[in-house]
Design a binder for this molecule. Structure first.
Ligand code: ADP
Length: 217
């Protein structure tokens, strides 16, 4: 399968789409946000440093991200194809990624942009609850993704938690960073002829359906 890169503003649905694709296809999910949060959970000095950037809504220094990513890409399981979620975040990372691809003998693949208005993002961010055990993403404002029982995962019954950076203040910083640094990647990948845009404001089933069409092409 072709490797996928998901580009979208915070809350647009990269994580949800990734989880949906993983249920049906043999992809490896590489979320740089998750890789960094795993490091934070270790509680060491590096983890503490990363946490400060994340809670403030700022990008973590790229070197830290490159190291975690390259390590992950060395995994044989990625040979079948992987979904890159949250990386690259700016042109500099996209350029470095091409060097990483060369070193790891992997292909760029297809780039998917999830397009959605800012008003929708705020609801998605403030209403997002993730399962501690299985990572399933819920949203209290979405008919499709609402937890049936408050605080309990629909899929595995685990406890739902809210991310520390899912508040309005941090969202505004993340959104501005997206506009300034990440959005320019759309033209960057358009020029390479690998870009596809999905209107993710049409809901989670629609987004999955469109993404599946791209995978099968
Ligand atoms: P979202 O896209 O909803 O903001 P992520 O889980 O992708 O959520 O990222 C959360 C935080 O992790 C970001 O705000 C940033 O601090 C850090 N992060 C994730 N990916 C990168 C990256 N490629 N470069 C730098 N920082 C990153």
């Amino acid at each position: 399968m072709k490797n996928l890169i998901l580009i979208a503003a915070p809350g647009a649905g990269k994580g949800t789409l990734s989880n949906d694709l993983l249920e049906k296809y043999d992809y490896v999910h590489i979320s740089t946000g998750d890789l960094l949060r795993e490091q934070v959970a270790k509680g060491d000095d590096l983890g503490k440093k990363i946490h400060e950037f994340q809670v403030a809504g700022k990008l973590v220094p790229s070197e830290i991200v490159y190291e975690a990513l390259e390590k992950k890409l060395s995994d044989k399981a990625c040979d079948n194809g992987y979904i890159l979620d949250g990386f690259p975040r700016n042109i500099e990372q996209a350029e470095e990624y091409e060097k990483i691809l060369e070193r790891s003998g992997r292909e760029l693949g297809t780039v998917i942009v999830l397009d959605i208005p800012k008003e929708d993002l705020i609801k998605r961010i403030t209403g997002r609850f993730t399962c501690k055990d299985c990572g399933e993403i819920h949203n209290i404002y979405s008919e499709e993704l609402k937890p049936v029982k408050e605080g309990v995962c629909n899929k595995c019954g685990g406890e739902l938690t809210q991310r520390k950076d899912d508040n309005l203040e941090s969202f505004e910083v993340r959104y501005q960073t997206y506009l300034e640094s990440t959005e320019p990647l759309i033209d960057y990948y358009k020029a390479k002829g690998v870009l596809h845009v999905i209107d993710s404001s049409q809901g989670h089933d629609y987004t999955l359906e469109q993404a599946e069409k791209l995978i099968s092409n």
